[in-house]
Design a protein around this ligand. Structure first.
Ligand SMILES: Nc1ncnc2c1ncn2[C@@H]1O[C@H](COP(=O)(O)OP(=O)(O)OP(=O)(O)O)[C@@H](O)[C@H]1O
Length: 264
């Protein structure tokens, strides 16, 4: 299987037609201001919404014509928010990731092993039998990532996977996602943290008002003019004094207030 491609795929009026191909074995960041269309793009790529024109192709198949089970075998999707009124424990929720691979009633060791490994990687062992309603927002988010890990699909589409996490888990999870990419998976994540996007992604897609403003390697994306135009921030790249790696310093906002930013 050779990753995923969009062929003039649009979801009007939110997303303009866009085409790109993403190979397995990389971490791709989707960045852009609030309302730019990041979540909509991920939902389109996951086959949760159908394009109004064009198509999303995985393994040479247009995904909206495939059954949900096939899509789940190809793609693990993490939504932006996991509701706190889902009446399941962490274990039951993570087990759902296995349903595309085995019957919901199967009780084999492969399911138990996959669930336990995923839960351990997310540091949730002690919360295994806790109801999702009684754990914190960050713990629930880690449970959602554990479910994706248990699902073991070659493509992960993650909508702001680090949004509610403390800095340890932000870096821990981004490192694990890098390891998954190194092992041959395609990881696509929406992310607001530009510094971490630059640090952990191989390439980025920059969305602005439902269209791709830039995409490709990090030096093509994280440059001062694009940051000004898309985010209305004054951002400069610099070499980390400790490691020498490229970093981003956000010096300030260009718009004096949010209303001005909305109008521009
Ligand atoms: N179901 C929908 N119908 C119509 N418009 C929608 C729908 N869902 C989202 N939108 C609009 O589409 C635009 C993009 O929304 P989306 O949630 O994809 O943005 P985003 O980049 O993920 O934003 P954020 O960073 O705030 O999460 C927004 O203007 C939003 O109001």
């Amino acid at each position: 299987m050779a990753g995923m491609r969009l062929e003039s795929a649009a979801y009007l009026p939110v997303l303009q037609p866009m085409s790109f191909a993403l190979e397995l074995g990389q971490v791709v960041g989707v960045i852009g201001p609030n309302g730019a269309g990041k979540s909509t793009l991920l939902r389109l790529m996951a086959g949760l919404i159908a394009p109004t024109s064009g198509q999303v192709v995985v393994a040479d198949m247009p995904i909206t014509r495939q059954p949900p089970r096939w899509r789940a075998q190809q793609i693990a999707y993490l939504p932006q928010l996991i509701s706190d009124d889902i009446p399941f424990t962490v274990r039951e929720f993570v087990e759902m990731g296995r349903y595309s691979r085995e019957s919901a009633w199967a009780q084999g060791t492969s399911r138990r092993d996959a669930v336990m490994a995923a839960v351990a990687q997310m540091g949730l062992d002690r919360l295994l039998d806790a109801p999702l309603a009684q754990i914190s927002g960050g713990e629930r988010q880690r449970a959602g990532i554990a479910r994706c890990l248990a699902q073991a699909s070659p493509i992960f589409l993650l909508d702001e996977p680090i949004a509610n996490l403390d800095v340890f888990y932000q870096m821990d999870i981004l490192s694990r996602l890098r390891d998954l990419a190194a092992a041959g998976r395609l990881i696509v994540l929406a992310i607001h943290h530009l510094e971490f996007a630059m640090r952990y992604c191989d390439t980025c897609i920059v969305l602005d008002q439902g269209a791709i403003a830039a995409s490709g390697p990090l030096d093509k994306v994280f440059h001062t003019q694009l940051m000004q135009r898309v985010f209305q921030i004054d951002a400069r790249r610099f070499a980390d004094p400790f490691t020498g790696d490229p970093r981003l310093s956000v010096l300030g906002c260009l718009s004096t207030n949010a209303e001005e930013r909305e109008e521009s």
